[in-house]
Design a protein. Structure first.
Length: 146
């Protein structure tokens, strides 16, 4: 990453890396496998996974993707192609998780007149921004070195 970035960039990048690593590892536990099942089975693009695989296998597959994303983020420090791949993986992951806000029943409710949602999903909105930030940074670096 040769383009000069500020402290905020590196804190955000490191934070997303830690999330992917930690949550990816946690996906290999039975408690997480069953916790994500209602979200994954109500998302039309992923519901079919349970027709082919067990609850634990689906969670392991998702966890493997998250760990692979963390690995690509490490490789992205030195390898430009990995930076693009990592950015796309981050973007895809957080677009999927944000889609759960619209596909999962019971995610939205009204409390004292204020509509609220499961904020653990909503936090993925700024994380999605990190994926786009990484992709845009990659494009700027490419243009600077042409």
């Amino acid at each position: 990453m040769n383009i000069k970035n500020g402290t905020g960039y590196y804190i955000a990048y490191g934070g997303v890396f830690i999330l992917f690593l930690w949550i990816g590892i946690f996906k290999f536990t039975s408690i997480e496998a069953y916790a994500i099942k209602p979200l994954v089975e109500n998302q039309p693009l992923t519901a079919w996974l349970y027709d082919l695989f067990s609850v634990r296998a689906v969670s392991n597959l998702i966890g493997s993707f998250e760990l692979l994303t963390a690995m690509m983020m490490i490789l992205a420090i030195w390898w430009r192609t990995a930076r693009k791949i990592a950015a796309f993986m981050i973007i895809v992951t957080f677009l999927f998780t944000l889609s759960f806000l619209f596909t999962s029943p019971g995610v939205w409710r009204v409390v004292e007149g204020v509509p609220i949602t499961d904020f653990f999903i909503l936090k993925d909105l700024p994380l999605l921004g990190v994926g786009f930030m990484l992709l845009e940074n990659e494009q700027k670096e490419y243009l600077c070195h042409r």
